[in-house]
Design a protein around this ligand. Structure first.
Ligand SMILES: *[C@@H]1O[C@H](CO)[C@@H](O)[C@H](O)[C@H]1NC(C)=O
Ligand SMILES: *[C@@H]1O[C@H](CO)[C@@H](O)[C@H](O)[C@H]1NC(C)=O
Length: 473
């Protein structure tokens, strides 16, 4: 049989005071502390389900403490996989607990940090909270823990940090999951006026359970009933506002908001080389600055049902999953749907890698490298889209169950579709040259041929046949 391949085409413990330790020399690397920590840490007394550890380091000329949890894999895994879960601006590492349990059960060591400025971490008042700095802090933590490569999963603001992380440290990222990330639009370019840091602080410092809950219901879970289990996450936040670092925390939020507004990640998404999964609740309407924008401007912001697909089209190596009817935090609103989607997305990719690993020829090894690098075709490779990639399928075809074959088919369809879309969008700026016209025609032809081929494969499989029975044109 001949299955054409499309892979190449995508080719020291603080007391309760703010002083971290008595250490006087800057320590560029930092140290991990895993002794006793007080229940109330930097103004957060919310109970965490696993021991809280501290990463003490020196940064921007001051001593800082990042609180984190380090959950061992509950299942032995020879690949020593690690997942790092980055929380959103109105959340903490602990908000990811359910997801962390699932990942631990699946064989991942899970790291749950609280970003500097948030939750149980120190809250410096004179600090640049730029997104790259937050990504660098996470990278420092992982380095101190001896973790070289990890799956990075980020939600909301954490999604922005995760995307930056992927841009800054591509070699240290296994794969990225961006969950309703912020920064998929340029709020300021869309008309959000400047709000001074002082005004932002004033509006935030009065936050309490009632105001936070109202905000989250309107923005995070719109058009959906409030569930009692969301209360925990509002209490977690309200306690910090009401706690002994409430004012410092509010000021950090003002600094962070100011920074996020100036650093939308959307412009750099085309540079992201890591394998990326974008998971988006399509009813999400969250947007920074909406609260102080005119109704006209506010109406243009936070349309995740459009922002999701648009962002996915910009990321070279991306798979999108939209959750119909879910808001800003799909993993809280429908944990099962979130879990299933994640499993499903990864299965296809892992399966592809397994299939390629079994191939012994140079082609399959090349393809595997391509898949792992997340490389995409360039325009110049357009005519090579038919490169045989899984032609080694002959070697393993006997072992393939019908389910394996259907998986491969789905995978090929998915990659082919993304491939064609990518080719079309690459060509878009060159609208009128004769070369562009002829390339566009070729893309259309390739698209039609592939669709015919896939349809025949599907019909064959459903009729109990095998992929190798299908002749490619
Ligand atoms: C919460 O804050 C709002 C707005 O500042 C205020 O009107 C309300 O009384 C506060 N509620 C409580 C329970 O403190
Ligand atoms: C390209 O061609 C289209 C339709 O043929 C035309 O509407 C458009 O103005 C042209 N663009 C340029 C830059 O020439």
């Amino acid at each position: 049989m001949k299955i054409f391949s499309v892979f190449t085409a995508f080719s020291a413990i603080l007391s309760c005071t703010a002083v971290v330790s008595a250490q006087s020399n800057p320590d560029p690397i930092g140290t991990i502390y895993d002794g006793h920590v007080p229940a109330n840490l930097y103004g957060s007394s919310y109970p965490y389900p696993w021991p809280v550890k501290l990463f003490n380091f020196y940064n921007q000329r001051q001593k800082l403490t990042m609180a984190f949890m380090d959950i061992p894999a509950r299942k032995h895994n020879k690949h020593k996989k690690t997942a790092v879960l980055l929380h959103g601006g109105n959340f903490c590492g602990v908000t990811w607990s359910d997801t962390a349990r699932q990942l631990s059960a699946a064989g991942y060591r899970v790291i749950l940090p609280d970003d500097i400025g948030f939750c149980k971490s120190s809250k410096p008042q004179g600090y640049s909270y730029n997104v790259q700095q937050q990504a660098l802090n996470i990278h420092s933590l992982l380095t101190a823990l001896g973790i070289d490569r990890a799956t990075i999963i980020g939600h909301s603001m954490g999604g922005m940090i995760a995307a930056r992380y992927g841009l800054m440290y591509p070699d240290n990222v296994q794969q990225l999951f961006l969950v309703n990330p912020l920064g998929l639009e340029d709020w300021v370019a869309k008309g959000v006026p400047y709000l001074s840091i002082d005004a932002s602080y004033e509006s935030g410092v009065v936050s309490n359970f009632t105001t936070l809950k109202a905000y989250e219901h309107a923005n995070y879970f719109p058009n959906a009933p409030w569930k009692p289990e969301y209360d925990a996450w509002v209490h977690m936040l309200a306690d910090i506002y009401a706690g002994d670092y409430g004012s410092e925390y509010s000021y950090v939020m003002a600094l962070v908001t100011d920074t996020l507004l100036s650093q939308p990640v959307i412009y750099q998404l085309p540079l992201l080389q890591t394998r990326t999964y974008l998971l988006v609740g399509d009813s999400d309407v969250s947007a920074l600055g909406k609260a102080w924008s005119s109704p006209d401007v506010a109406a243009k912001l936070g349309h995740y049902h459009e922002l999701g697909p648009a962002a996915a089209a910009m990321i070279p190596n991306c798979k999108l999953h939209m959750f119909a009817g879910l808001g800003h935090a799909p993993f809280l609103q429908d944990p099962k749907a979130f879990y299933d989607a994640r499993q499903e997305l990864v299965k296809g990719y892992d399966k592809a890698k397994d299939i390629l690993r079994q191939g012994s020829t140079e082609d399959s090894q090349e393809a595997l490298k391509g898949v792992e690098r997340g490389g995409w075709m360039m325009l110049a490779d357009l005519e090579e889209t038919e490169t045989s990639l899984v032609a080694q399928a002959d070697d393993v075809s006997e072992e393939w169950t019908p389910e394996d074959q259907m998986t491969l088919l789905l995978l090929m369809e998915e990659e082919s579709r993304a491939n064609i879309e990518k080719a079309r969008s690459l060509l878009a700026p060159y609208s009128n040259s004769s070369q562009a016209r002829s390339l566009r025609k070729k893309i259309d032809q390739a698209d039609a041929e592939k669709k015919r081929y896939f349809q025949e494969c599907r019909d064959t499989l459903l009729a109990g046949g095998r992929l190798e029975d299908v002749e490619e044109e």
